[in-house]
Design a protein around this ligand. Structure first.
Ligand code: HH2
Length: 269
């Protein structure tokens, strides 16, 4: 999953793809580089970010989607809309997006579940403690892996109860969303725990600040740290990785998968 932020303030690519033509070119580049999904977002969720109005979010994402076949018309690439607002999701799905990536896991807007159900769309349910503006102030867990697992299990039940089939749902532990460095590392270390939820696991570590803190690297120097997390995540069951550096991480995924497939061919010497 390649990241396409049409925002002025996203933490690593803010302001670069705000113009619809630049966004389209970026989407093409992501697809050529190996993305199967493009995640389009019109609101930054970085720690401390202020929310934008629904109108502003629509004004940012719709012109990008409305540009034509690259967005939704093509069978080879799926566009997901990164939003927690039902109005934005509804308009984006009507304009060709096929997945809703909701960082609030259906808690942000009570109409969202019905919008996703009615459209027959895919859904990403992500864990977040608190809200972006304040979530990094003092996140506390007793057992972060167990708590995130229980949260996702409950959210899957909620979605299924409201008519969304399990086959359309992916889950995401929400790296960086109300978590310290230790919490993020624990979630990655325990990633296999989420396999029993019965939904594909999505992981979004790309260029995030826990990598910067572990390695003492600025945001534009985190590609190798990201690569380590992507290889680890794929080895431990992630089916989707949300990344900015698609060409590089596509190689990491393909190579890791090839090694993993070789595990079964091992013979005793
Ligand atoms: N991370 C970000 C945004 N959306 N969605 C999911 N499902 N999982 C994630 O880990 C995730 C996400 C934050 O990254 P980015 O979009 O690069 O930055 P910003 O929120 O500043 O736009």
């Amino acid at each position: 999953m390649g990241v396409l932020n049409v925002t002025p303030d996203s933490f690593s690519d803010g302001g670069r793809f705000s113009d619809p033509a630049a966004a389209r070119d970026r989407a093409r580049a992501l697809i050529e580089a190996g993305a199967d999904l493009v995640d389009l977002g019109g609101e930054s969720t970085r720690p401390g970010a202020a929310p934008v109005s629904v109108e502003e979010e629509l004004r940012r994402v719709l012109p990008v989607l409305e540009q034509g076949p690259m967005f939704g018309g093509s069978d080879s690439v799926t566009i997901s809309i990164d939003t927690s607002r039902a109005t934005v999701a509804e308009a984006a799905l009507a304009a060709g997006a096929r997945v809703v990536n909701d960082i609030t896991a259906l808690r942000g807007d009570e109409r969202m579940v019905e919008v996703v159900r009615a459209a027959g769309a895919g859904l990403v349910l992500m864990h977040m403690q608190g809200a972006p503006r304040t979530m990094q102030q003092n996140p506390v867990y007793r057992d972060v892996v167990a708590e995130v697992h229980a949260f996702l299990a409950e959210r899957i039940d909620h979605a299924i109860t409201h008519g969304i089939p399990r086959e359309r749902i992916a889950v995401d532990p929400g790296i960086g969303f109300g978590k310290t460095v230790t919490h993020n590392l624990a979630l990655l270390a325990g990633l296999e725990t989420f396999q029993d939820l019965g939904c594909p696991v999505l992981v979004g570590t790309s260029r995030k600040s826990f990598i910067g803190k572990v390695l003492d690297r600025e945001v534009d120097q985190r590609v190798w740290g990201t690569a380590a997390t992507v290889a680890w995540a794929v080895m431990h069951g992630a089916r989707i990785v949300r990344v900015h550096d698609v060409r590089e991480m596509s190689d990491v995924v393909r190579m890791t998968e090839r090694i993993a497939s070789g595990r079964h061919g091992r013979t005793k010497s």
